[in-house]
Design a protein around this ligand. Structure first.
Ligand SMILES: [Zn+2]
Length: 325
């Protein structure tokens, strides 16, 4: 990863403008409701469920949303279940409380059953109780004071994780922009959408020394998309929760004429959120690009490093003080 520079923050602001962010709903919504995804209105479709703009698995929140009908809502919860598997190692280890409690992590069992499942639960004061299914799941470097966990995730579909992200972004679109991005709304709700160009990449940043108190979600739109050396995706979404920042590039609007571009290369401009606190703390974040394009289930392992001094994580202690019974 190239060195992060302060001028990159300005670079983001020069190219993108904030157009939507998650806010708490103050008033109950009355009148005719219509769904921005399938385009149907009440009473043809029902709006009984509370649709969350930010999935509660990212932390309990009141960011509710009234333009999502119950049938779209149930389709989107399918995407969210893949997102939940993808995020689970982080949510468990960080102790991000969802609707009720911190989710537990359970690894998949190996096909040949040589390894058992590793199970991680959370006790009082966010202390982790870890039952290792395989000793390969964790390595400890006493000198550097770093523990590395390998989370053997159960299978999930990366493209559904991407769709869960895209859906959050579309919920943040101001009403007057919905028509421009209608092809995205139709794609996400499994309806005919015509041509759709997308870049299923997400930039994942993990901070090691700070955490967000509550989830923060923002959608930005680029003003000038075509450049000499490529093009800038129309919309980009930031999701900040726990100690994570995800930046996602949404598919292109239909009117964006991809075919006529001379250089068909997306230019990914990194979010200012990634750079915040830049300077001394520069080393305290890990930035990684993750591909989410596969539409088949994958079994991907997630490796996360924990330093002994940060947080309340101490595997040595939990192992010796709780001998296997
Ligand atoms: Zn709908």
């Amino acid at each position: 990863m190239a060195k992060l520079r302060k001028k990159d923050i300005e670079h983001f602001y020069r190219n993108y403008k904030l157009i939507g962010k998650a806010e708490k709903r103050i008033h109950a919504f009355t009148g005719t409701l219509s769904c921005r995804f399938c385009g149907k209105s009440s009473p043809e479709v029902i709006f009984k469920n509370d649709a969350h703009l930010v999935p509660e698995l990212m932390g309990k929140n009141d960011f509710l949303y009234s333009e999502e009908c119950d049938s779209c809502n149930s389709l989107f919860s399918k995407y969210e279940s893949h997102l939940a598997i993808y995020l689970r190692p982080y949510l468990t280890m960080l102790g991000v409380k969802g609707k009720k409690k911190v989710p537990f992590f359970q690894s998949r069992s190996a096909a040949d059953h040589t390894n058992g499942r590793t199970i991680i639960t959370t006790g009082a004061n966010n202390q982790k109780n870890i039952v290792l299914g395989s000793l390969d799941d964790y390595k400890i470097d006493h000198e550097k004071k770093v523990a590395t966990f390998t989370f053997r995730n159960p299978p999930y579909i990366p493209l559904n994780v991407y769709k869960a992200f895209v859906k959050i972004g579309l919920s943040l679109l101001p009403n007057e922009k919905v028509a421009k991005y209608q092809n995205l709304c139709h794609w996400i709700s499994d309806r005919p959408h015509g041509r759709l160009d997308y870049f299923p990449i997400t930039i994942k940043t993990m901070m090691t020394e700070s955490q967000f108190v509550e989830p923060r979600v923002e959608l930005s739109e680029s003003s000038r998309t075509i450049k000499e050396n490529g093009f800038i995706p129309n919309l980009t979404l930031h999701l900040c929760f726990g100690n994570l920042i995800f930046q996602v590039y949404l598919p292109l609007a239909k009117r964006f004429n991809y075919h006529r571009l001379i250089v068909k290369k997306p230019i990914y401009i990194l979010s200012h959120h990634i750079f915040q606190g830049i300077g001394d703390k520069e080393t305290s974040r890990v930035v990684k690009a993750v591909q989410l394009g596969k539409s088949e289930p994958v079994q991907r392992d997630e490796q996360i490093n924990f330093s002994f001094t940060s947080g309340d994580f101490n595997i040595g202690e939990s192992q010796t003080s709780n001998p296997a019974k």
